[in-house]
Design a protein around this ligand. Structure first.
Ligand code: ADP
Length: 656
């Protein structure tokens, strides 16, 4: 699958219109197109505001050239009609001081006229959605950033760009010419060899910016070193060298061909020779993310299936991460050739956020998508990567907690889904990577840390659910558990409780929802006393139940509460919180937790209720019951069905 660059993205917006078909500077114009107004704005914005670092245009264009050569080489492996000599594949830089132009050319796959339009002039479907309204607000800029700047970065340094390209699939070449946001023209070209030549007409120098430097060979050489050294094809340039002529003992200047890049892929260089900055540049170039990765993983494995991997953990989720458009996968190389752009079989879904490349001599060049899943090499690399990624995340968690928490904010849900969607089978891999808030400082904690802090005699991991940690903290059901000195996990993500249920236990400690009716701290005597009280109040409860109908399964006294009068608890596997989550899902069918209304046995409200019952004041008893139930629901974060009625009831009682 192709990554859309900013070029394609920007142009996605450009609902092009054929303007003139006629004569342009004496030549026949195939088509002349106009960019739409909002697209102009977008292009301008990109050119002038996002990327202050203008020099990266060279990296972008070289990277495109290298991709084009990759594509040609790959084609030659599968298409007999296309033959290439590996040694001839190269990229050329040609500065021309006289004309103030810089040319970047490659002998890669080239583009047909249609492709030139599509790639440098049409609208990528995904991008257009984002900007339907011609939105060019601040926040959108960061979205653009995620696409990479691509071909359009050429306009950061040029007034005019001419692209001439001949595709392997066509006999003719086409020239694409544009001065930026005003539009572009297409006409027939004369190029005979496959490939693409891009000529940049550099902008005039201004007080702040010098563009002349992009005509200096030493500067271009520096830039190639800095950004494109790993490119696997030679990047060549003619340079002037001073030579000593022995015969007349004079120095003379000669033009020689020079290869500017080492061509060693970054993942094959000795670790000590690569600076973090280089990894970061490589990452942003390859994966279109202009924020640094939060963690870099390098791995080299020798064995039945040898491979090198360079992986990145992004610092934030791409905007489409939690949508069906997101495609996971790693770039797969074999013997130095890119054979797949997104090999999804190399990553489990719960690590789908990982970006990077895998290079293995043992993977066949002709591997097909269909057989990937049964491919021994691929499955064994995937397995080894999975445990490597797990270890690296664990060490990030241990050594760089702040970074890990940032990572977890964006990708934690994905890890949790890993447990949930495997019904707990992946628990061993993922459980120590999870973070939950807890009653201790309301900060994030791991299960391991929770267990290490468990009170003496505590054999259960307690949790409570709610929208925010503050709301959970105030839940009546948490009071007694905290009083006992037990820490409580505060589950604020809607998948959390499902995840714990799938896990069943952690280090043999079972999980217990503090709002579940089986929570039990009482001594045998206390239990006996409560049972007796509940028995005696049987008739009171059934009178109260009449007021509530089937809203609750039963009513009882409880020891669970300390100061609060009332709470809701649930019987069975379905908690009140799960009811809330499940009922928001678009499945149509509604579920209902079996709820119990529990009344604090030690609260004065108990006496009041019993008094009303004794006095046979059924009307008041009904009012009190309804209000208590409404209170319990509100505390639980559940809506009440009849707010007006409840509000009137409260007023009735206040007015007495
Ligand atoms: P990206 O490279 O991020 O997809 P660009 O705007 O840089 O976005 O380029 C858009 C597309 O144009 C590329 O995906 C590629 O198909 C095509 N392209 C760009 N440069 C070249 C080139 N030198 N040779 C062949 N195709 C190219």
């Amino acid at each position: 699958m192709k990554n859309y660059g900013i070029g394609t993205l920007v142009l996605t917006l450009l609902k092009e219109r054929t303007k003139i078909v006629g004569v342009f500077k004496g030549e026949i114009i195939v088509k002349k197109k106009q960019f739409k107004a909002e697209s102009k704005k977008l292009l301008d914005m990109m050119i002038n505001s996002i990327y202050t670092n203008k020099e990266i245009f060279l990296r972008e264009l070289i990277s495109n050239a290298s991709d084009a050569i990759d594509k040609l080489y790959y084609r030659s492996l599968t298409d007999k009609k296309v033959s290439v000599k590996k040694d001839d594949l190269e990229i050329w830089l040609t500065p021309d001081k006289e004309n103030r132009t810089l040319t970047i050319s490659d002998n890669g796959i080239g583009m047909t006229e249609e492709e030139l339009e599509d790639n440098l002039g049409t609208i990528a479907k995904s991008g257009s959605e984002l900007f339907k309204e011609g939105n060019t607000k601040e926040k959108d800029i960061s979205i653009i950033g995620q696409f990479g700047v691509g071909f359009y970065s050429a306009f950061m340094v040029s007034n005019k760009v001419i692209v001439e390209s001949k595709s392997v699939d066509s006999d003719k070449s086409t020239i694409w010419e544009s001065t930026g946001a005003d539009g572009y023209q297409l006409k027939e070209g004369t190029k005979k060899e496959n490939g693409t030549t891009i000529t940049l007409y550099l902008k005039e120098n201004t007080e702040d910016d010098s563009y002349d430097e992009f005509l200096e060979t030493y500067h271009l050489e520096q830039l190639v070193h800095k950004y494109s050294d790993y490119i696997r094809y030679p990047i060549k340039m003619m340079v002037t060298e001073t030579k000593h002529n022995d015969e007349d003992d004079k120095h003379e200047e000669v033009q020689t061909e020079k290869t500017l890049n080492s061509q060693i892929p970054i993942w094959k260089k000795a670790k000590k020779d690569v600076k973090d900055e280089e990894y970061n540049d490589f990452y942003s170039d390859k994966f279109y993310d202009y924020e640094k990765p939060i963690h870099i993983i390098r791995s080299e494995v020798e064995g039945r299936c040898s491979y090198q991997a360079l992986l990145f953990i992004p610092s934030h989720a791409p905007f489409d991460y939690y949508s069906k458009d997101y495609e996971k996968g790693l770039q797969l190389y074999s013997k130095g050739v890119l054979i797949m752009d997104k090999c999804s079989e190399l990553l489990p879904d719960y690590f789908s956020f990982v970006k990077g490349i895998v290079d293995s001599e043992d993977v066949s060049l002709n591997i097909s998508r269909e057989t990937l899943q049964e491919n021994y090499q691929i499955t064994s690399i995937a397995k080894s990567l999975e445990s490597k990624i797990k270890k690296e995340l664990e060490s990030l968690l241990e050594n760089k907690r702040e970074d890990y928490e940032k990572f977890f904010k964006d990708f934690g849900t994905q890890l949790k889904y890993g447990i949930y969607s495997s019904y707990g089978m992946k628990k061993d891999i993922l459980q120590d990577l999870l973070l939950f808030y807890s009653s201790k400082d309301k900060k994030l904690t791991t299960l391991k840390e929770y267990v290490s802090r468990m009170a003496e005699g505590q054999d259960t991991i307690y949790y409570a659910c709610g929208e925010t940690t503050d709301k959970i903290d105030l839940l009546p059901q948490t009071e007694r558990v905290k009083e006992k000195g037990y820490e409580i996990l505060y589950l604020t993500d809607y998948v959390d409780e499902f995840v714990l249920q799938c896990m069943m236990n952690y280090q043999d400690k079972k999980f217990q929802n503090v709002a579940q009716d089986n929570l039990d701290f009482d001594t045998d005597e206390e239990k006996e006393a409560l049972k007796k009280a509940n028995n005696e109040a049987k008739d009171l409860f059934s009178a109260m139940q009449k007021a509530l109908g089937d809203s609750v399964t039963s009513i009882s006294y409880t020891h669970r509460l300390k100061n609060h009068p009332v709470c809701l608890t649930s019987k069975g596997a379905l908690s009140v919180e799960m009811e809330k989550v499940l009922n928001t899902m678009p499945t149509g069918e509604k579920v209902k937790a079996e709820t119990v209304m529990e009344i604090n046995e030690d609260h004065p409200i108990r006496e009041k209720l019993e008094e009303l019952y004794q006095k046979k004041d059924t009307e008041s008893l009904e009012k009190y019951t309804k209000i208590l139930y409404a209170q319990a629901r509100l505390i639980e974060g559940l809506p009440i069905e009849n707010p007006t009625e409840i509000s009137n009831l409260v007023c009735d009682i206040l007015a007495k």
